[in-house]
Design a protein around this ligand. Sequence first.
Ligand SMILES: [Zn+2]
Length: 263
Amino acid sequence: MTDIPEDAAQRSPPAWRRLPALLAGVRRAALDALYPPICLHCSQAVSAPQALCPVCWRSLGFITRPCCERLGAPFAVDPGAGTTSPAAIADPPPWGRARAAVRYDGVARDLVHAMKFGDRPDIARLLGRMMATAGAELLADAELVTPTPLHRTRLWSRRFNQAAALAETVSRHGGRPMAPDILRRVRRTAPQVGLTRTARASNLRGAFAVASGARARIAGKRVLLVDDVMTSGATAAAATRALLKAGAAQVDVLTFALVVRAR
Ligand SMILES: [Zn+2]
């Protein structure tokens, strides 16, 4: 290659060096032609991969302000900026702020189920991107992003840790470091489904601990805790308490969906 003038070589790399990129482009175009992108919920054709069709997108119950600054729950009427809901005042959560992208119903519930039980990292990437947008304020203040861990035995049976997959996308989009191994589930807990709010809290008491060796990484840090759905908040509260106990300066919670109860 020494006979190529230096300036020409800089302007345009030789054809053989561009070949892998060209082949990758051809392969992508062929795959797109064979498998046009489809809506991740209803399988209608869509223009971009890893997206929802306009009908599914519009059916999502996006949570925007006004919402409770502490719980992230939407207000039916705007009580003014920076307001905390009566529920958060009566029973203050251990975290600073919680935010969710959407209400947990309809298409949102289907997507969470498909992601959780169907091994679907493509859905996790879409939901993670939506979370990064909804939680932009929290991400801006965060110094670390960490997922809510599954217990080892549950991770084995399910294979796919949806919270870790969501946290990875949130961390990448927010430009904040991901720390996947800070929290451990030290005790296997009974499934939360069907338990009352009080029973959920006691079921999870002491369920999480900060991994030995991770304390130095979170000491004095603002941590963003990520999970797929917030129901009663008991899981997030137990994980937050473990992080605070281990020295985190502040914990915010970001989930894809929030169970919003009719009031
Ligand atoms: Zn659709």
